[in-house]
Design a protein around this ligand. Structure first.
Ligand code: FAD
Ligand code: SF4
Ligand code: SF4
Length: 463
């Protein structure tokens, strides 16, 4: 008999008032007993609607059945058939708009906690199974992968597993992309990302860091070096600003700079690590996505008393994952909906003393389908803040495209690809992830890396 409880088994978490002062992981994961009980909520639907909601078609009912039977190792093997980074996806996928959105249990209660079960299985495997992979037999063909985010890691893993000699070129000094420089430790412990990267090294993937492609080497030079194909997964890491007065003041950050200082450079361990970061007593974070939530929650952990999320639409339109919004509220982040910054106000010595905002109301839907925010006349007011973090989106860095002949891009800079293969307009060059779609999700980037790996294999075999 399935467990007919309308609610998911709750996941143990650190107390909000304790966790908002440390960088340890917020959610602590299911125990074996909890996982089995939650897995028993799955009805094993014959038509598997949940699978359609997963961009990489994880065999959801099958792995959940194995969890319900206590066969955790087998459950892991089942997930890995289609998802190479389950410990990461179980933590950061927006499940409410993907797999869990289609779960039939969601019609009369909460859906099955697919993400939590996936995370449990992956963590259980890491903890209990000492697996070392053998280096696959080489086929003497070389592929260069640009960037080391989830799109690139997936593409690299899939190609290395079928014998390709794969080299990743990463601009930063540490591989992992947004998984290491963007998403904070309290949501995704960096040890987990490191383990995934170590497992790629085990199967022979070489990683060259501090390699800014477009500057150190061009794509054409890599082709001349003898690479049979190239995958570009360079992400969307170029910050956008609002273009309002005061953005040049001390204490204004792009979310990218702020989060890179905190996560990659470990500013929260300053002076043990030598990168500082200033937040002050009051912080304004502008934006309503996951990036804004991460910046706000990090600011609180760095000691800010009042952290405001300033978002120009209402809560219903916020693109952040529901769990992140819920956690941010619990941790004391103050949400200011329907407000739009118009000016950052400075002190005489170039620091920040406040941010001027206008109240907004929602009009008709715009081209994004969301209701357009319209300023209310005469509603300007000032919020006292000492720092401002701008988290209104990122675009692709033009370094690679502007230094490569024959690589077609869209107006906003995204690389144009054939949707079925990931092939770009340049012979032998494939692309996927945020550099193609603009800022999206980890699992979509992984799906793109997987598709491109298959196409690269076909391309090289038929060359
Ligand atoms: P990235 O992860 O951006 O990796 C690109 C890599 O390429 C980087 O390491 C970069 O340094 C490198 N690179 C760039 N240019 C060059 C060059 N010229 N030469 C060499 N290397 C280069 N998604 C979710 O699903 N759930 C979440 O909870 C979530 N939270 C997020 C929080 C933050 C703060 C951010 C910024 C994003 C978040 N996302 C989330 C989005 C998700 O992380 C991205 O969609 C995903 O990482 C894109 O993967 P990618 O492989 O395309 O690129
Ligand atoms: Fe759900 Fe993401 Fe796992 Fe797919 S990979 S089943 S969307 S948590
Ligand atoms: Fe189980 Fe929900 Fe998928 Fe049905 S839709 S198989 S209940 S996870």
């Amino acid at each position: 008999m399935p467990n007919m409880s309308p609610e998911k088994i709750a996941m143990p978490e650190q107390e909000p008032n304790k966790r908002n002062k440390n960088f340890f992981e917020v959610a602590l994961g299911y125990t074996e007993e909890m996982a089995i009980e939650e897995a028993q909520r799955c009805l094993q639907c014959k038509h598997k609607p949940c699978v359609e909601g997963c961009p990489v078609n994880v065999k959801i009912p099958e792995f959940i059945k194995l969890v319900a039977e206590g066969k955790f190792k087998e459950a892991y093997v089942k997930i890995k058939e289609t998802n190479s980074l389950p410990a990461i996806c179980g933590r950061v996928c927006p499940q409410e708009s993907q797999c869990e959105r289609f779960c039939v249990r969601g019609k009369k209660g909460e859906p099955v906690a697919i993400g939590r079960l996936e995370r449990f299985v992956a963590d259980w495997y890491i903890k209990n199974i000492d697996s070392k992979s053998d280096v696959p037999k080489k086929n003497n063909k070389k592929v260069a992968i640009i960037g080391s985010g989830p799109a690139s890691l997936t593409c690299a893993g899939d190609l290395a597993n079928i014998g390709y000699d794969v080299t990743i070129f990463e601009a930063f000094h540490v591989p992992g992309g947004v998984l290491v420089y963007g998403i904070p430790e309290f949501r995704l412990p960096k040890d987990i990302v490191k383990k995934e990267i170590d497992s790629l090294k085990e199967i022979g993937v070489q990683i060259k860091t501090n390699m800014v492609i477009g500057k150190v080497f061009s794509l054409d030079e890599l082709i001349e070096e003898g690479y049979d194909a190239i995958f570009v997964g360079s992400g969307a890491g170029l910050p956008k600003f609002m273009g309002i007065p005061g953005e040049n003041l001390n204490g204004v950050y792009s979310s990218n700079e702020f989060l890179t200082r905190v996560n990659l450079m470990k500013a929260y361990k300053f002076p043990e690590y030598d990168t500082p970061v200033y937040v002050g007593k009051n912080v304004a974070v502008v934006g309503g996505g996951n990036v804004a939530m991460d910046a706000a929650r990090s600011s609180k952990r760095l000691g800010a008393e009042n952290v405001y999320i300033i978002y120009r639409r209402s809560e219903a339109e916020m693109p952040a994952r529901l769990e992140e919004v819920h956690h941010a509220k619990e941790e004391g982040i103050i949400f200011k909906f329907l407000e739009n910054p118009t000016k950052i106000i400075g002190t005489d010595d170039g620091w920040i003393k406040g941010i001027e905002c206008t109240e907004m109301e929602l009009g008709k839907p715009d081209e994004s389908g969301r209701r357009k925010p319209i300023a209310k006349e005469g509603s300007e007011h000032i919020i006292d803040v000492n720092s401002v973090i701008i988290a209104i989106g990122q675009g692709p860095n033009p370094l690679i495209s502007s230094n490569t002949k024959d690589l077609e891009t869209k107006k906003w800079g995204g690389i144009i690809i054939d949707e079925n293969t990931g092939a770009t307009s340049k012979e032998g060059v494939f692309a996927g992830g945020d550099i193609v779609t603009g800022a999206a999700t980890v699992i979509l980037a992984m799906g793109a890396g997987k598709k491109a790996a298959e196409a690269i294999d076909d391309y090289i075999k038929n060359k």
